[in-house]
Design a binder for this molecule. Structure first.
Ligand code: ADP
Length: 851
């Protein structure tokens, strides 16, 4: 049994026996001591002589032939003269003790690793894991460790103890996916992996929860082979806290996320254990303003009375195992809240969620109301509202509003309604095809065409349609409306025709027709007007009528337009224009103002007639009459000129006589010469005035004092009248207002009247009569009176004296034109000429408006 070693007193080995003897490595020399058989550290046990070792328990470790150490324990016995060491193999005992120690150490390490990871703050977890990996790597004498976690469907490196010798993350990924989940794997045991990993050794340890591997610990360059039993607890200690903390964090994030989502949705959970009150999700209860815990009676009291019975029935059925699902109103707040209540029986309690759907319900109600309004509108619309469906590029009628039958007499399901193209007027077929093309191309269309009703009559229809497309942009349907515009279209046609007629009338009219704005710019003018203005009718537009008028004419014209009112829109006048390349033109011009609702003048329509020829002959007539007057005056004028000649002759003769007598008195001579000069001046004035009077009148009138015409006439006639014995009485007025017209013409009128008075006085009284001229003023008028006492005019003839060629005078004496021409002149100046018999003679009155 065991090993017996016989020794002498010097501890030299005499003999060996026992089964262990064969395992010992024997020293090479003879006479070896027991020490030579032992490991060096066992020498310490055997100090001194064998006698010293007696009674001691001796633990001795021997060299063996196999190279390992043989652990023995025993004691020394006295055997005769020598000693015997009785030893037993305690290798197993020691091994057990060692592995117990090792296990304890590993357990300690596991506890420390676990504690370190559990205590690490959230932010430092990776760092702590890295540190613990480092520690484990030292413990296992591995080059590097790496912890891979399963996250988001793939393996992610979570922490690493050192520089990782395996660069290919991707290859690792696919390996880990294929690995059997249950055991420690060592690439050294799998030659094919070893080749794949280019010889790098790798040991993989799984961490499982249930059947699922949650993490792999990868150990690179492990010196000794790891044992699953010893490595697993350490792996657990490392991975478990990391994984569980990560799961916890993830769960927290999810819960938080869920809370947020519920908050946004207005949703939350509820649960109702049997025989206990209803419990609500705190945040849901807060958002709905409800208590967290409610009895059944409290809960039902919150439900709107109309929803209470369905709620109660649904609840009973839910307790019986049916699914709970209904929408109801809660009336605890001012405005009822709509909620969706769903749940199910689960492990003896009802559980589910509550969703606030007030906004949804409100939208639903609004949409419903809008839809109802729209339907009402469609039903009551006079237009036909229709929907056409697109079927492979063709448009087929699908829906028509109720007004289809009253409008066209078609039934909703008739063939025409399905294919309206069949009822389109033959002349409008092209339009109809164009409509479909435009719709499909542009997405909308508006056209006017004729559709046949059920009685065969045609209606003008305004068709307005829009194309709707589906999500892919493909044409889906057409929505449109038809409006019966027959009346409007026919009325427009009638208007067009009548416009055409009037247009032709206006175009072909010999009169000038135009429209112009209040600033005198032309909007339209016909051909006669264009011809007068030497341009085309098109060029007329935009031209200003005022450019052919003098400043005075234009002012007068504008003043006349300003006087137009909606009540008095018409006005006419004779206007004078300076036309291009011509002398003055006179147009009789009639205006009609067009006003807006506020009574503002927008435009003027005018019709004009050229009066230039008439004017010209009038002027010639006037001139003729003037010349006749001059002729009549000739006798009187000869006298007028003769008189000063006689005076001058006398003065000259007397002066000469004195000179011949040698009686030269300078004062006398000077007096004579002055008299001659005065007479020359008087004659020159007369001749000058006659020249002015004989001239043709100016085209346009000017302002002048009416009395100046009296003075002119008197100057011409004064001497002649006095010569005939007529007393001329002229009352010079203090105020001499102005009138508008031609002074020479008014003077001619006065000359006519004075000559007529002279003739009557000569005829009736042999010249012994009186001629009075004076002026009076009444409301804006100047009145010039010419009164004689020549017996007046026969009342029977009074009516006729203004007629042309009426005269009572002998042939060759009177022309009968004087009064007629005078009447015309005064009327042209806007005044009137009248006559009366009074104070034994005729009394003429010229009445003129003050300018
Ligand atoms: P005429 O002088 O050439 O006859 P008028 O037209 O001037 O032509 O006059 C027409 C007529 O009116 C005269 O012929 C005369 O009979 C009458 N008449 C005009 N003025 C007077 C007057 N002052 N007194 C009497 N008769 C007058």
């Amino acid at each position: 049994m065991g090993l017996q070693v016989w020794l002498d007193d010097q501890a030299r080995v005499l003999r060996l026996s026992g089964p262990l003897r064969s395992a010992l490595a024997l020293p090479s020399h003879s006479g070896a001591r027991v020490h030579d058989y032992l490991e060096r550290h066992s020498w310490l046990v055997l100090e001194g002589e064998p006698a010293d070792w007696q009674g001691l328990a001796l633990d001795l470790d021997f060299h063996t032939v196999l190279g390992h150490v043989l652990h023995t324990r025993g004691w020394l016995l006295r055997q005769g003269e020598g000693w015997m060491l009785q030893l037993f193999d305690i290798g197993d005992l020691l091994h057990e003790r060692d592995s117990g120690r090792h296990e304890h150490a590993e357990h300690q390490l596991a506890v420390q690793i676990g504690d370190a990871l559990r205590e690490a703050g959230e932010a430092h977890l990776v760092q702590a894991a890295t540190e613990q990996l480092q520690r484990l790597a030292e413990h296992w004498q591995a080059a590097s460790l790496r912890l891979m976690l399963h996250e988001g469907g793939q393996w992610r490196s979570y922490a690493s103890s050192d520089d990782w010798p395996w660069p290919e993350q991707q290859r690792l990924q696919s390996w880990l996916e294929q690995l059997p989940p249950h055991a420690l794997l060592d690439t050294r045991a799998y030659p094919d992996w070893l080749t794949r990993s280019a010889g790098a050794t790798l040991c993989l340890l799984p961490y499982r929860q249930g059947a699922q591997v949650q993490a792999w610990l990868l150990c690179a360059g492990v010196k000794q082979r790891l044992q699953l039993e010893s490595a697993e607890p350490l792996m657990q200690a490392l991975a478990q806290p990391v994984v569980s903390r990560l799961h916890q964090a993830q769960a927290q994030r999810l819960a938080c996320h869920l809370d947020q989502l519920q908050g946004q949705l207005g949703a939350g959970w509820w649960q109702w254990p049997r025989q206990e009150p209803l419990q609500l999700d705190p945040s849901l209860a807060a958002s709905l303003g409800l208590p967290r815990v409610l009895s059944q009676a409290q809960w039902l009291a919150l439900v709107h009375p109309a929803d209470r019975e369905p709620a109660q029935l649904a609840l009973e059925q839910a307790w019986a195992g049916r699914e709970l699902k209904l929408s109801l109103r809660l009336v605890h707040a001012e405005v009822p809240r709509w909620v969706h209540w769903a749940g199910q029986l689960h492990a003896g309690q009802l559980r589910g969620f509550l969703l606030d759907i007030s906004a949804l319900k409100e939208q639903e109600q609004q949409a419903g109301a809008a839809r109802e309004r729209l339907e009402n509108l469609i039903a009551s619309s006079p237009a036909v509202i229709y929907v056409q469906r697109c079927v492979e590029g063709a448009l087929l009628g699908e829906f028509y509003s109720a007004s289809l039958t009253p409008l066209l007499g078609w039934a909703n399901d008739s063939e025409q309604a399905r294919q309206p193209g069949l009822a389109v007027h033959p002349d409008d077929h092209g339009l109809w095809l164009q409509r479909t093309r435009s719709l499909l191309r542009d997405g909308q269309v508006r056209c006017r065409l004729r559709l046949r009703d059920s009685l065969g009559g045609y209606h003008w229809i305004l068709d307005e349609a829009r194309l709707l497309r589906d999500d892919l942009g493909q044409p889906r349907e057409v929505v449109g409306l038809w409006l019966d515009v027959s009346e409007a279209t026919e009325a427009a046609e009638r208007v067009r025709q009548s416009e055409e007629r009037y247009r032709v009338l206006v175009e072909d009219s010999p009169a000038m027709i135009c429209r112009y704005r209040p600033d005198l710019s032309l909007v339209f003018g016909n051909r006669p007007l264009a011809d007068y203005l030497h341009c085309s009718p098109e060029q007329l537009v935009g031209m200003n009528l005022g450019q052919w008028m003098s400043q005075g004419q234009r002012d007068e014209f504008l003043q006349r337009l300003q006087a137009l009112t909606p009540q008095q829109p018409m006005s006419s006048a004779e206007i004078c224009l300076q036309l291009p390349g011509r002398e003055h033109a006179w147009w009789i011009w009639a205006d009609r103002g067009l006003f807006d609702e506020q009574g503002r003048l927008l435009e003027v329509q005018a019709v004009g007639r050229d009066n230039t020829e008439v004017r010209r002959s009038q002027r010639q007539l006037l001139q003729g009459a003037k010349m006749a007057t001059l002729g009549e005056l000739a006798t009187g004028l000869l006298h007028e000129i003769n008189q000063p000649l006689n005076v001058m002759r006398m003065a000259t003769a007397n002066a000469l006589k004195r000179l011949q007598n040698g009686d030269v008195d300078p004062a006398y001579l000077e007096q004579k010469l002055q008299r001659i000069e005065a007479q020359i001046e008087r004659t020159a004035r007369l001749v000058d005035h006659m020249r002015v009077f004989g001239r043709r009148s100016e085209v346009e009138g000017t302002r002048f004092a009416a009395w100046s015409a009296v003075q002119g006439a008197v100057a011409l006639l004064e001497e002649g009248l006095q010569g005939k014995g007529v007393t001329l009485q002229v009352e010079q007025p203090s105020d001499q207002p102005q009138v508008m017209g031609h002074a020479d013409q008014l003077e001619q009128v006065l000359i006519n009247l004075m000559v007529n008075a002279r003739d009557a006085l000569m005829d009736k009284r042999g010249g012994q009569g009186k001629l009075c001229i004076h002026q009076t003023l009444t409301a804006g008028q100047v009145l010039l009176w010419v009164q004689d006492n020549g017996g007046g005019i026969d009342p029977l003839l009074l009516e006729r004296i203004f007629e042309p060629f009426f005269t009572t005078k002998a042939a060759g004496v009177g022309t009968g034109l004087g009064l007629s021409v005078s009447h015309g002149i005064v009327a042209a100046m806007g005044g009137s000429l009248s006559v009366d018999n009074r104070n034994g003679g005729a009394c003429f009155c010229i009445s003129l408006p003050c300018a």
